[in-house]
Write a protein that binds this ligand. Sequence first.
Ligand code: B16
Ligand code: MG
Length: 219
Amino acid sequence: MIEAFIFDLDGVITDTAYYHYLAWKKLGEKIGIEIDEEFNESLKGISRIESLERMLKFGDKENQFTQEERIQLATEKNEHYKELIKRITPKDILPGIIDLLEEAKNNKIKIGLASASKNAIPVLNSLGVIGYFDFIADASECKNSKPAPDIFLMAAKGLNVNPKYCIGFEDASAGVDAINSARMYSIGIGDRDTLCKAKFVVKSTEELDFNLIISKYNK
Ligand code: B16
Ligand code: MG
């Protein structure tokens, strides 16, 4: 029987993925790397510093910055990102999410968060949904980032639920891999081809119907 829902944040509960994109794009302009939305797809679910490394590689600049400069660049991106997320209000919750959280609560299903973002708590606060969460895994305590299962396992442990009774929700291919490696049931939200390793894929959060999800899990 299903005991917990574990959510990714960016791209699942709200569309901060777009703000991450804007912040990386601005940093890219400063250091002469032009990124597009297609490249941005490969950064979804990936930690801040690793995203920077991928960007430097993408722009053929992987040998150009010292470790200290890299930390400075990642910090700069984060400062801009923090400015952008100040705009977030409860109106930015993606469609269908509140209904799903309510249904989970009504059915005594625990709710956890497994986001790679170190900004997860302020974002949940701005959205006004933090009260739904029984446990929020701390990305800064997580050694291996997605696609490693660590953050999902940390959430299951915090909820005191066996991973096999958890459903994980993700918009990123690295996140789906993390859920599968944690041996949870994976639900992908987005493009069917990108998320082909998920056990069940929906195009958008609007399609996250509680009964449908439970029936897929029980199959
Ligand atoms: P921060 P998720 C991830 O969040 C984002 O998808 C990814 O683009 C970002 O780089 C990462 O969080 C780290 O975020 O810089 O705020 O610590 O999708 O796992 O909720
Ligand atoms: Mg995400």
